[in-house]
Design a binder for this molecule. Structure first.
Ligand SMILES: [Zn+2]
Length: 518
């Protein structure tokens, strides 16, 4: 089958520039959320999909290199996922909460990924003709903002252009069919179950029957036409959506509960978890359902600062997940998170240490997108623990607190950001850790890199300049009578200062390009 049109007017580098512009605004949105646990879970599905798209040839090396391929989570209860220009993908927590397993989520992400790899966005953007990129960016952001509000059905006027808010990006029917076809190929190539594609359709079909469009913005941009369903059934020879029953996995039940809690932190919503946990019928439910409720109730109680109650729920949770390595890990991470919030750095470290025991880290090879036994959530928690304990904490690296712990976690964070330079949260924590170690110059640089990672080059330059000023001041004070800086410190400062100068020049160029784009 031929792909739809082979020429597109928007070059991949222009599309990336447009995507960066939109992403920069979204990073500032209070609803943007970098939750390490949810982000890792979604990333664990996204990466195998990308690898499969490359292997199948759907994703060219050029586009693979050029685009961001980044998922941005939104603290939103509605069920939605949408592709943005330049390889950014928006995913609402409501979608994570409503799917039953990785396979269902993979079916949606695979579809959205295919809109990008098939250059559907480039073609839509080309239709916008002579509009300046900032205007197109503003239109997309306006449509996104409107889709969150209650009267999302209303047309929105941005810069004199009426945009139908329900169509964040109004793909044609043919494009939707192509995204279904390519997306299905990508998800199965990545090792996800075809069943997830079918049961996700079933879920959408049911919501559509209940006319639940308010909670499912995804249905407004992706109407489930009989044509789409028939197309899927004939090509893939799959079962009818209604007959597919999705199995809720233990691990996903916890992730979904977390998404539900974090998408609605109103006091009433948090309290509602206690009622759910206290329900008499809970004991009759399947284990994943029960575990989800205990996880959600523990997290909700800790957000209400009721730590005693949170610990009771945690105990129940631990009992249910003991036999499942991934779910048990999520329970331990939650335990560490709750202890940290309660101000118990030692308890948080103990929970993390339990997880680092290799006996607990049974890997389940062969399962696509399986969570690692230890990863980014552990690292970011370890940094927060060391910061909370401070340099005055017990001087013992094993306890995870004290000056030695700060130094150890700084090293781990440095290694991490070298491999993941776009990780703003890791840079931010590194900056705090270095600040706690009185390494002012390095802390300023890491703070600048945090801004670079969020694509805010102007703010980054401010920090680089502050670092340069600090460095000059210290260098001039060095020869003075007080001579507060040792020779080895001066040598280290010199290296840091030259890195900062180089980065400052690089970011100045990036800022210039960003400004020219307008
Ligand atoms: Zn679509």
């Amino acid at each position: 089958m031929p792909t739809l049109g082979d020429t597109s007017d928007l070059s991949s580098s222009d599309e990336r520039g447009l995507g960066d512009r939109i992403a920069r605004e979204l990073y500032r949105d209070p609803d943007y959320l970098d939750d390490p646990v949810l982000a890792e879970y979604v990333q664990g599905i996204w990466e195998p999909l990308l690898a499969a798209a490359r292997k199948r040839g759907d994703l060219s090396p050029e586009l693979s290199q050029r685009f961001a391929w980044e998922i941005m989570l939104g603290r939103d209860r509605t069920v939605n996922a949408f592709a943005l220009p330049g390889g950014y993908l928006g995913v609402h927590l409501g979608l994570i909460a409503v799917v039953s397993n990785r396979d269902e989520l993979a079916s949606v992400l695979g579809h959205e990924l295919s809109h990008v790899t098939q250059r559907h966005i480039a073609r839509l953007m080309a239709k916008q003709g002579q509009q300046a990129p900032w205007m197109i960016g503003a239109m997309i952001l306006g449509a996104l903002a409107a889709s969150k509000s209650a009267d999302a059905g209303n047309a929105l006027i941005v810069g004199g252009q009426a945009v139908a808010a329900q169509n964040q990006l109004n793909f044609s029917r043919d494009m939707e069919r192509e995204a279904d076809r390519v997306g299905f190929g990508v998800m199965t190539e990545a090792g996800f179950e075809a069943q997830g594609f079918v049961s996700m359709f079933g879920k959408l079909q049911q919501a559509s029957r209940l006319n639940d469009n308010g909670a499912y913005p995804y249905l407004r941009s992706h109407p489930l036409t009989t044509e789409r369903i028939a197309d899927m059934q004939s090509r893939q020879g799959l079962a009818t959506p209604g007959s597919a029953k999705a199995e809720l996995t233990l691990e996903h039940a916890l992730v979904a509960a977390r998404a539900r809690v974090l998408s609605n932190t109103d006091v009433d919503a948090l309290r509602a978890w206690q009622f759910e946990a206290g329900s008499a019928s809970l004991g009759t439910q399947a284990a994943p359902r029960q575990a989800g409720v205990w996880y959600g109730a523990a997290l909700a109680a800790s957000q209400l600062r009721d730590f005693d109650q949170a610990r009771i729920y945690l105990e129940r949770l631990h009992g249910l997940v003991a036999g499942d390595a991934s779910a048990a890990r999520l329970a331990r991470l939650l335990q560490a998170e709750i202890a940290l919030r309660a101000g118990d750095a030692g308890g948080a470290q103990t929970a993390l240490n339990t997880g680092s025991n290799p006996a607990n880290a049974t890997s389940q090879a062969g399962t696509p997108g399986q969570a690692p036994a230890t990863g980014r959530p552990e690292l970011l928690l370890a940094a927060q623990i060391a910061l909370q304990a401070g340099p005055g904490g017990q001087a013992d690296a094993a306890s995870g607190t004290g000056g030695a712990a700060l130094a150890a976690v700084a090293l781990r964070l440095q290694t991490w950001v070298a491999a993941h330079p776009r990780d703003a949260q890791a840079w931010q924590l590194l900056s705090s850790v270095q600040g706690a170690q009185h390494q002012t110059l390095r802390a300023l640089r890491a703070d600048a890199e945090t801004q670079v990672a969020r694509l805010d080059y102007a703010a980054a330059l401010d920090r680089f300049k502050a670092a340069q000023a600090f460095s000059r001041q210290r260098a001039s004070g060095q020869g003075g009578a007080t001579g507060g800086v040792s020779a080895s410190q001066a040598a280290a400062d010199h290296i840091d200062a030259s890195i900062i100068d180089t980065r400052q020049r690089q970011v100045e160029l990036l800022l210039k390009e960003q400004t020219l784009d307008r």
